[in-house]
Each structure stands twice: as C-alpha cells, then as structure tokens.
Design a protein around this ligand. Sequence first.
Ligand code: ADP
Ligand code: MG
Length: 516
Amino acid sequence: VGERTFPSLTTIVVPVVVVGMSIAGWGVLQHGFERQDQVLLQNDTNQVALVFQVAFDEAQSDMTGLVTSTVASGESERIFDQQAEALISQPSESVALVGTSDGVADVLLATGPGLHQGEQLSGLLAEAVSGAGPQLSSSPVVQVGSGRFVLLTASSPVESSHYVALVMSPVHPQTPAANESGPYAQIDVALYATLDHRSDELIGSSLALRPLPHPTVTSIMKVGSVRWLFEGAAKAPLAGAPAEAAPWILLGVGCALAVALAVAFEITVRRRRTADRLVAERTAELLLAQEDLVKKERLSALGEMATTIGHELRNPLGAVVNALYLARRRLAGHEDAELTRHLDLAERETNRAATLSEDLTTYMRQRTPQIRHLSLAPLVEQVLGATELPEGVDVEIREPLADVDADEHQLVQILTNVLTNAYQAMPDGGSLLITSARDDGFVDITVRDNGVGIDEPHLGRLFEPFFTTKPTGTGLGLAIVKRLAEGHGGTASVESPLDGGASVIVRFPVAKSDDH
Ligand code: ADP
Ligand code: MG
C-alpha cells in the first residue's frame, strides 16, 4: 500500500519493440505509398505529354499540307483559308504562308491578328522562317510587339521549295490553364519551351505563375527538333485515401497495441508480485509462530522443572531455617562470637537460597493474569508498607495516580521488585518519585530514583534473566517485571536520566472503564 513500484522490464521492453516494429512498418508502407504515388504521377504526366505530342504531330502534317496544297492551287486564298482553319485553335492565333528567296521572307497569304499579307518579316519572325525545314520546328517563347508567342514553322517536303508555313501562337502563362478533365483531372501541369524550368519560357501552367508543389515529375516532349518540358504534380495523393492512411493506421494500431500490452503485462506482474509477497509474509509468519511454539515448549518444560525444584526446595529450606532458629535459642546466653558469625552466614545464605527459589518459581510459572479494575494509589501504599523503607530515603507520590486493569497479585509483585531495586540503588539515602501518566491507551507507571544509576553498557541487558550487578542479586527481579507486564499486554523499560539515577517505566493498558 502506497509502496513505490517501478514498471517491470517486460512492461517496458515488449511495448518498445512493438512500437519500434510499427514505426518500421510505417516507414516501409509510407515509402511504398510514395513510390506508388510517384509512378501514378509519372504516368499521368506522360499521358498529358503524349496528348500534346499527338497534337503537334498532327500540326506538322497540317502545316506541310497547307504549303503543298496552297502552292499547288496557285496560292489560292480559298484553299489557304481552308487549310489554315485546321491549325487555328484560338482567335488570337495567326497562320501565314511565307515565301522565302534571297534571305527575304514575304507573307504571301495570312489569317489571324498577328500576320498580314504582303508584310515583309524581320527579326525573330524572319529568323524562325529561315530555319524552317520539312519537319515541324518551334521557337522559344518570343516577344513580338506587346505579346508573347511561340512560333511554329514547317516547309514543304519538296527539297527546293521556298514556301514556309508559319503559326504564331500566343502564350498566356499568367492565366491558369484549365485542368479539370481527362488526363489533367488528377494533376497540375506546367509546360516549358525549354528543358529547364525557366519562368520566361513558361508556356502555360494550371497554377499560372505559381510553382508546382513538390514532389514533381517531368516528361519530355519533342516539337520537331526542339524539346519541351512537362512538369507534373499531384493535386491529391493519387494512390487514394486508404493507401495514404494505411501507414498511419498501422502506426496507430501498433501504438495502441503497445499500450494494451504494457497495461496487461504490468497488471500481471503486479498481481504476481503481490501474490509472492503474500506468500513470503505468510511463510515468515508461520516460521515465527513455529519458532515461538518450540521456544514455549522448551521453556514450559524448563519452567515445570524449575517450579518443581523451587517447590521441592521450600521444605528443606524451611527445615533449615527452623533448625537455625532452634540452634540460636539454645545458644542464647553463651557468648561465642565465632559461632554467632557462622549462624549469621548460614541464615543469610539460606534466605538467599529461599529468595532465589521463590523468584525462579515466579519467573517460570506462567499464570494468566486475573484482570480486575484497580486503583493504583492504595496498591502503592500497600507495597510501601510491606517493604522496609531504608533510612534517608524520601518517597514522593504524585497524585492522582491512575486506574489500571491488572492482576492485583502480579501488580504488587511488579511494584515490589521495582521499589526494591530503587532502595538498593540508594544505600546512602535519596529520593524516590512515583508517578503515573496516561498516554494513548496506556498508563505509564514511573518509579524514579536518584541513586547510583545505570552504566551505559548494562542498559540493554537489565531485563535478561540472571543479569545482576549485585553480589547477592538473583537477576530475576526485572525479568519478572517484564514478563508480568507483557502478560498484561504492556511493556517495561528503563531510562537513565541525564541528571543521574534511574527511571523504570511499566506500561499497562488503560482501564477499560476509564476509556470513555
Ligand atoms: P537484582 O536486583 O537481583 O540484581 P534485577 O533484575 O532486579 O536483579 O536488576 C538487575 C540489575 O539492574 C541490577 O543488578 C542493577 O544493576 C540494575 N538495576 C535495576 N534497578 C536499578 C535502579 N533503580 N538503579 C540502578 N540500577 C538498577
Ligand atoms: Mg532486584
């Protein structure tokens, strides 16, 4: 709960691989799509070029036909007009039959606004006519007067002929060429009178003077001896919307799949982790419980033995005490100092043995506390009355003392042990403070003295059974305190205050009836 966990390696690697593959797939499809688009564009552009090519091939035969027929008819105006009509596609176009001799070019017959009968040609027009042959020939875009034109020339196939057909066709690059039907419908095209995209050689474009959008393809067209350049660009992807969308669909599906996989993996991994942790926790708990059980088993066997021995020692010790008493009485009146000393020693050691057997029995016997609601104050008074207060020790009880839920006999035992230790820590007198305080569902009973205090290295060992620093101590006093307190669901601890002495704190659950 609230634990910080990082995604597992699988959760990261698998989706990354899937995304990588999607990107690669996207690249391949996208490339294929672009290739396909380019091929289609090239096809369309070639087709447009072909349409023009056919038209120019027709124009060539029309123009040679015009020369041959008109000359054969004796330059009949009627025949000329008839022939010229096939060549005129727009009113601003002009057609002429030109006679050439001795480097002079005269217009013999003409139709259209640009060329006039009887006119002698000069400049670019004369130049175009002089270069004419039986094959169609075209000029670059030329400026004649205020207009821009392309000039087409063809002479008769008869070798010595001095007649030339001249077509003067205006170009309007600033007007967008119509491209709504036929092979134009899908593409934008631009036509140049040279092989490079020179704007001054632009014959026409569906986008007028604007350059075509990239990518573009080119197709070359032959107009007689001259080459024209078609440039084409797709209006919209030619391969169609589905082909265009396919790479993106692949990429999208790939990413979605990666996310789904990541989520699925992560959920699985987390579930397994949780399960593993639960198993580990349960196992640890079981092991602890088992250890506890083994320990308890052993202790209870030991305890039984100790209790039995303690009990068995009681009678012989009692007998010894009686015997000593009787011996003392018999000796009354006889002043034998050495014997008295022996008796004193025997009595002291017997008492010690009795205490040890008593403590051992108390420590080992595990009695379930008989919990009653108790007032601490009278119990403290009772214990103080029962223990012999050493000379020079002041006792202060800070009222009011709390109530606790405890076993009366065990609480008395605890207080007795703690107070005895405090007295023993103050052989030359001192002061003793008994307080109680409620703290979060517990009552802390603190017994504080200003005696010899506790050496730092001993602090952690005081509650160990048989740990003592006293020559005649059993080391069981605090061990009993701890065991009894814990039997109540409480604790026992020792503090070593900075200003000397010691504080023993016994903590009991607060009395239930006090709780609310
Ligand atoms: P014992 O009193 O038989 O030595 P305890 O278990 O009662 O055994 O105490 C263990 C040890 O803890 C004592 O020997 C003593 O060193 C230390 N101790 C306990 N109470 C105090 C105290 N009030 N002041 C100083 N030392 C103490
Ligand atoms: Mg003691």
